[in-house]
Ligand binder design. Structure first.
Ligand code: ZN
Length: 240
């Protein structure tokens, strides 16, 4: 309770601080979606981005020093997908650990992981993978978006492909539409408009669908309009 009060007081101050002009320049130069945001959306995107960047603890690993530009680009992915959601959606996440390239999962030295959302408030990302994600903005592959979708998924305490929805009555339709497309992807992983990796489990399905929703929204709407609608409803945005 005390921690929450402190955070909300500090957060109100952060929200009032102006958005730094040189961040705007980084966004304009590196992230094409930024230039397409409408004024109102841009305001909430800015608020999400600055609160995220200033509140989280950033840590470089594997010899990497985290620069301000890295923070802006990574925070932009978090803000992009959550710009219409409450600021509290990322409250469980405390820390971001950034490696230069692929990293080895502790205890599983043979497994290369590009990024991983941990349940305990730490997100591990590879800067290489983040940059690959933004290099081609319309291929439905973006590691940062993927991992932040996992963070949203786990915001309700359960990592199961279902984030915290606004209303109780949203859950049955979510379960029906997501469940149906997940089953279809499992049966025919290379036929639809979603990456086959989404067939792994419900959590990966949500993360893969989120990548498609933001990077290839038109294709997603064409091939799975009900899935597009459910995601548009949850994220509160219309990327088409
Ligand atoms: Zn994943």
């Amino acid at each position: 309770m005390v921690f929450w009060l402190f955070r909300s007081w500090r957060r109100r101050r952060l929200i009032r601080r102006p958005f730094p002009g040189h961040w705007r320049k980084i966004l304009e130069d590196r992230l094409p979606f930024y230039n397409k945001l409408e004024d109102e959306e841009r305001d909430s995107f800015h608020t999400h981005l600055k609160v995220f960047l200033w509140e989280k603890h950033w840590e470089g690993a594997g010899g990497l020093e985290v620069t301000e530009e890295m923070k802006v680009i990574i925070s932009a992915a978090a803000a992009r997908i959550a710009r219409a959601l409450p600021l509290s959606v990322y409250d469980r996440l405390r820390e971001l650990v950034i490696y230069p390239s692929h990293y080895f999962h502790p205890g599983k030295e043979d497994t290369v992981v590009m990024g991983q959302a941990h349940h305990f408030g730490t997100l591990v990302l590879s800067w290489d993978a983040v940059q690959k994600g933004i290099a081609i903005p319309d291929d439905a592959r973006d590691t940062a978006i993927h991992e932040f979708a996992h963070v949203l998924d786990a915001a309700d305490g359960v990592f199961d492909g279902t984030p915290l929805l606004e209303k109780g009555r949203d859950y049955p339709i979510w379960a029906e539409v997501m469940g149906q497309h997940f089953a279809e992807l499992q049966q025919a992983p290379f036929r639809g408009c979603l990456r086959a990796y989404g067939a792994k489990n419900e959590a990966e399905f949500f993360a893969v669908a989120t990548e498609a929703f933001f990077e290839t929204p038109q294709q997603l709407q064409n091939c799975a309009p009900d899935l597009y609608d459910v995601l548009a409803d949850y994220f509160g945005v219309e990327p088409v």
